[in-house]
Design a protein around this ligand. Sequence first.
Ligand code: NAP
Length: 246
Amino acid sequence: MRLENKVAVITGAGSGIGKETALLFAKEGAKVIVADINEKSGRETAAEIENAGGGGFFVKLDISDNEQSRQMAAETMGKYGKIDVLINNGGIIQDALILKMTGEQWDRVINVNLKGAFNCIQAVVGPMVNQGSGVIINTSSIVGLYGNIGQANYAAAKAGLIGLTKTLAKELGRKGIRVNAVAPGFIMTPMTSSVPEKILEVMKEKTPLRRLGEPGDVAYAYLYLASDEAKFVNGAVLGVDGGLVI
Ligand code: NAP
């Protein structure tokens, strides 16, 4: 029970890495706020938590919407009176080579992946400052560190999250709030299900551990950073990529 009595908001918790994390955090004793734009999958995650004896609730949230993010935080405060952990895990891809990328593709990916983190952080940081404690985890990517063909919008957003993380680690550390990032490699989730088998094989070959990641690999990294075991870890970018360099 490494998160006993903690209240954790996890965005994008209806699917993939977020869902695995929500189930793990609930098992570790946290009350989990399953925040997702996808009502069906989000409600399913929340129901699985409840059926397993865990606590928390689902909230429909488009993280690119500042007002909705504030409402999510207000609902959480209303129910539990505190927010211990925020994981900015929700994200999307809309890939295209730069010459073909539309302004809409650029804006949506930046607005969800990068501004979405800003919105949720602004919504929870007031309560965290008042509590004098909190943990914020931003989900970057190996693509934010090295770039990737066809993902200029996504790579820019994920690199931006690293700058955001390092800045807030400095701003908020003195308030008792730790801010870190996780940079996953290739993880088998619905997001990567459209990647051609051939490319996944190449990624596997390039990975020293010779496999692709599973959602649980990232969920356990989040768990470490969210727990008190990481109480001196602040401003870090934790790679969860099997040693892959792209
Ligand atoms: P996923 O299975 O697609 O899950 C993402 C979840 O976020 C989905 O439930 C999705 O809903 C939701 N979402 C999308 N837009 C949202 C919005 N505006 N507001 C709230 N929720 C929203 O993806 P995943 O692979 O688990 O990815 C989780 C995070 O890890 C993302 O930030 C991703 O960029 C990052 N990441 C993934 C990999 C990888 O290889 N999988 C690698 C590096 C980093 P819908 O299903 O309706 O879209």
